[in-house]
Design a protein around this ligand. Sequence first.
Ligand SMILES: Cc1cc2nc3c(=O)[nH]c(=O)nc-3n(C[C@H](O)[C@H](O)[C@H](O)COP(=O)(O)O)c2cc1C
Length: 192
Amino acid sequence: MKKVLLLCGSPRKKGNTYQVLDECARAIEQEGLETEIISLAGKNIRSCIHCKKCAELNECILDDGLNEIIAKLRESDGFIVGSPVYFGSARGDLMAALQRIGMVSFYHDFLSWKVGGPISIARRGGHTSTLQEMLMFFLYNDMIVPGSSSWNMVFGWAPGEVQDDEEGMKVIRKFGVNVATLIKKIKNNQVA
Ligand SMILES: Cc1cc2nc3c(=O)[nH]c(=O)nc-3n(C[C@H](O)[C@H](O)[C@H](O)COP(=O)(O)O)c2cc1C
């Protein structure tokens, strides 16, 4: 079965980012695809040390749990990344994860034509700069990013407040449906 991996960049296990990704995952599952949400909560993801060892190892030399995420990502057809906005940026450890994933793929090209994109969550502002920041990862790595009926941003402060942003959640559900639909179209048209 086709699968979409969703990476949650919040330190709050069931916070707003997780709840938004869960909404997205349910929309994807309704289209007949499998999903899995992985949270960075409780993990200590380090930054890339530019050792280039991933070129020979085909994984990262740092042993902090990221290689398990990379292994799941290799088997997935889609990849969606959600981050809370911290001072107008994505959370640091999430960007560290994306940069290390990107470096392994730079040498071993496993991200090409995976479908997905970024989602940002904030109380008040900085959603768009955060989306743009995360989008750089997708576009560099030959991935396919569909749109939705607006940008992938949801408003919320205390955990659960995102449920009140009806328009934001609607946009996220549509994004999930678009990701799933695109994956099915790409896979159904593959010759081999
Ligand atoms: C260090 C820090 C910086 C933040 N910076 C912003 C910000 O720039 N803009 C904003 O609207 N909210 C900001 N927030 C609020 C969070 O983005 C917001 O509470 C979000 O819903 C948290 O998502 P979570 O529950 O998934 O962790 C910040 C929160 C923290 C802890």
